[in-house]
Design a protein around this ligand. Sequence first.
Ligand code: MRU
Length: 360
Amino acid sequence: MKVKIDGVEKNFRSVWFEDGKLFLIDQTKLPHKFEIFVSDDYRKTAEAIKNMIVRGAPAIGAVGAYGMVQVVKNAEENADNLNEFLDLVRKGSEVLKNTRPTAVNLFHAIDEVLQSVIDHNEVNGSYEIALEVANKIVETTVNSAYRIGVFGEKLIKNGYGISTHCNAGWLACVDWGTALAPIYLAHRNGKNIHVYPDETRPRNQGFLTAWELEQEGVPYTLVIDNDTQHFEDGSVDIVIVGADRIARNGDVANKIGTRQRAIVAKEYGIPFYVAAPLETFDLNAKSGKDIAIEERSVDEILYSRGLNREGSIVSVLSGFEKCKTRNLAFDVTPAKYIEGIITEKGIVNPDEKEILSLFE
Ligand code: MRU
């Protein structure tokens, strides 16, 4: 998607890979500074996932795939034989997996590259195979996001107000987005729309959504997390959110606060949709109860980050050091609150039969 830097418009993806190096738009610096983070080592890549330099389920999957390419390079350089090589590749894959537990895209992507290397069963040529598989995963991610946009756009009528939570745009998905892809296409097709992203405390991913919408020229109003006024007063016609993991019964894990949006939407008769690629479904999870919910540092709640008057990004203590709190990063929205799931294969009901039909 397009980004304006110093008045000049340039096309960007949020994740790309060149000559063994991984490039990421640093999402911890946005919306204040546009900086590119570079990693040439899988351990540094794992830290980038943990620290949310890259975030959003499909983007994390892409980075897991390229992180595996770096794992293979490291193993090639340090192993004396095939057994040692495969052992190092497996250990490296664990380092990448042991970063964030909820977004299943990460595990799917890592396992796909790992399996391709195991199947090859030779040190020579493994790097090329890993790179080919990783590139394929990333192209599928981008194509799926676009297809989600095409299907989801049909749900958005001229004049619609759209609520969304967290950031499920191109930053979170390499390109296009999941929840935001239908919005971008509706806007490009000339529909008159207005988007209501919410702040999404404590990491404020809503500001990333607002920044994306600003770049694209889509009209929006950022609201605070507790604001349900725009549901009540008729401003919102549809809610579209992304997902980090979808169980086979249609329960959806997404950024904490998603469930309360879904419950409020139901109360006001507003359709609540989830947009996600097939990579986000976990058929091993029977219901939301089987989904691991990430718990992050309480510092994210106690400290607020922002730009000071001198132009530096700083953290200030909003709470107090001994304040007891808990920072759960995701919640599960039960399928009964969800009108439909927008995928690259079409829109399905959130039930086991329709979900399984996507994988036939
Ligand atoms: O903690 P984050 O910012 O990685 O969480 C992201 C979300 O919850 C998104 O809504 C989800 O990954 C879908 S992104 C297309």
